[in-house]
Write a protein that binds this ligand. Sequence first.
Ligand code: NDP
Length: 488
Amino acid sequence: MQRKDDLKLYIGGGYVAAQSGQTFETVDPAHNAPICNVHLAGKADVDAAVGSARQGFEVWSRMTGAARGRVLQKAADLLRAHRDELARLETLDAGKPLSETPEADVDSGADCLEYFAGLASKLGGEYQEVDDAFFYTRREPLGVCAGIGAWNYPLQIICWKAAPALAAGNAMVFKPAELTPLSAPRMAELMTEAGLPDGVLNVVQGFAETGQALVNHPGVAKVSLTGEAETGKVVASEAARSSLKHVTMELGGKSPLLVFDDADLDNAVSGAMLGNFATQGEVCTNCTRVFVHADVVDDFLDRLVKRTQAIKLGDPSDPSVQMGPLISREHQKVVLDYIETGKREGANLLVGGGVPEASELADGNYVLPTIFDRCTDEMTIVREEIFGPVMSVLTFRDEDEVLKRANDTRYGLASGVFTRDLNRAHRCARELQSGICWVNHYNVTPIEMTFGGAKQSGLGRENGRQAIEYYSQLKSVFVATGDCEAPF
Ligand code: NDP
């Protein structure tokens, strides 16, 4: 679907052209056909967006929490009213199947706006008496926050960042990944329609340089990034060096799934598939290291292989399709190279391992759902984040042994345990070094539950009540009820 017009920047409640007049082309991952040209934000545009956000902040931060909540609730309603349009936009832009995007992207974004709409009126501080005085705390917004997104959940990511930031009274300038520019400005438009004052949510488009201009901007108080761990290190250090900004970092992972010999195996297979093949495997929390107890591994693999071979891969706009293309040709090549490395290093290829044969899929960036077994802990495919549909299966015999191996990674985003033993489930949840642990399920992210990573998978948390803490700061106000007792 070629858009007629160029996609401009969304600043101050409307679309504006990039000051340099420069644009870049965005393409559809299913066909690599152009969708439209996108205005490229340079430093001057970032300055304008931050300036506009500052003006928006002056209005928005002085509104009551209840009034802010009403705008966010209206925006949630508008997202739901535009569910089909937004789901199709996301499918076109990110290649995510239409069988997923209405629920996983649009509903998830709307739920998030609704949740923080409710919280906006409930943010308070504490009051305490001390000696001849008392103090209270105020929870205050930070100012202008920068949001920088990855390309796998473009709409969800802007919602997950903007909703808590705005609920707390901040304004935001958001930069989507350059590969997926379409849904964020549409979401900002709907926020304007919901009554958001101009400038409170702005969208600038561009590459890493645009992100860098935001991260280094003196008018920005906080940076919230979703991206790779290496990008996170650069962004966090630049944010600190420029003006000691607050940061939230949602970064990569290489998460373990533990399947014990007492597990419901069909359910464990469902968990492993959810955690490797949904969204073509382009999910940060994915359990790409599946540790299966040696006594049940053959049975587990039989069931897993049959169900994986039945996955329908194809054009993501066909609602019966379960897996679409990867985001870009470059990324397809990265994932295929990892598969070759897996073969070379001696992993046993059970399913997939290349591109589909169907000629009508040749223009898209497809990779077959792929499973390797007989993997070992040192293999490259077991150690590095692939961000594609490539599952590594390893075996174990002993709980202590598997916990040690599962934790032997620089990442700590998520983990999962399948067992019918309640004690073991809680023991594993305690011992696994990760920000999230799913028990007998995988990759479900209700908005009420905090989300974020341990170790090099991140800093700070999104979602849940705690997300507000990362978009606000406390001020203590001390009030005397008697005179000062000055020693001079
Ligand atoms: P990248 O780290 O390449 O990019 C993320 C965003 O940062 C993009 O908008 C990118 O711009 C921008 N960027 C890159 N370099 C800089 C810089 N120096 N300063 C400021 N901005 C910069 O990640 P991907 O987009 O490739 O996304 C995949 C990664 O994201 C995976 O590692 C995945 O695990 C992680 N992720 C983590 C999630 C979580 O919640 N923990 C959720 C989803 C993904 P541009 O697009 O132009 O390169």
